[in-house]
Design a protein around this ligand. Structure first.
Ligand code: CA
Length: 232
């Protein structure tokens, strides 16, 4: 049960969302513009915001930035655009997850549950131990990661993925376990993991063909270990 803000200008989609979320015993408020959404989050506390990207007053990316300026409430982007570059940008700008329209109620519920579990878990005392693997340094408490002394600009999901793998260096983690532990889903497609791994690789300055830290073992899983010759 969560308190949800639905930001959606399409009356039909909006009513359907409100009905489904209410049936799932969530508390729902809804608005049709980005400016109203900003007013809502300034006045009420929400557990999650579902943000349509095609709003009449502000570009979705702009709306997200302004939201992030005043709140760290989890935001799930609902987008009709299946544009990877755009989605990457939004995840970098602070979106927690995204759904491509049309999406099913089950899909929305699963994403919401995962986002809520993550934000609730983050509210509990996280481990304070700084993880060091080769030139990688990961501080779970501050949610900061550095590579050879340079701060990495990671999305939440990228950070979670990196921290999880770095917490068990040299261990091959099966994809199923990554989905369960990082995405907190018991199902899902490998593509989700692959896409996030490739973004993470890019930020670590490596590629799947020339891995340094992140190694994919086809059909088995993923492991993180210090590059050859790196002294601990
Ligand atoms: Ca719209």
């Amino acid at each position: 049960m969560a308190s949800v803000l639905v930001v959606e200008d399409d009356q039909f989609v909006r009513s359907a969302l409100i009905r489904h979320l209410t049936e799932a015993s969530h508390t729902v408020r809804s608005v049709g513009t980005a400016l109203e959404a900003l007013r809502e989050v300034a006045h009420f506390r929400f557990d999650v915001v579902i943000l349509d990207l095609g709003l009449p007053d502000l570009d979705g990316a702009e709306a997200l930035k302004m939201l992030r300026g005043i709140t760290d409430v989890p935001v799930i982007i609902a987008t009709a655009r299946d544009d990877e570059a755009e989605i990457v940008r939004l995840l970098n700008d602070g979106a927690d997850d995204y759904l491509t329209k049309p999406f099913s109620v089950e899909h929305l519920s699963a994403r919401m549950a995962a986002v809520l579990r993550r934000s609730r878990a983050a509210g509990e005392a996280p481990p304070s131990r700084v993880i060091q693997v080769g030139g990688l340094s990961i501080d779970p408490l501050r949610r900061q990661a550095e590579l050879d002394g340079d701060r990495l600009d990671l999305t939440r999901r990228e950070f979670d993925l990196l921290a999880f793998l770095a917490g068990r260096p040299g261990v091959v983690v099966p994809r199923k376990e990554l989905l369960a532990e990082v995405w907190q889903q018991s199902y899902g497609d490998d593509q989700t993991i692959d896409v996030h791994l490739s973004w993470l690789r890019r930020k670590l300055g490596e590629t799947a063909a020339r891995p340094r830290y992140l190694h994919t073992l086809r059909g088995v899983g993923v492991k993180l270990e210090p590059p050859n010759g790196h002294r601990p």
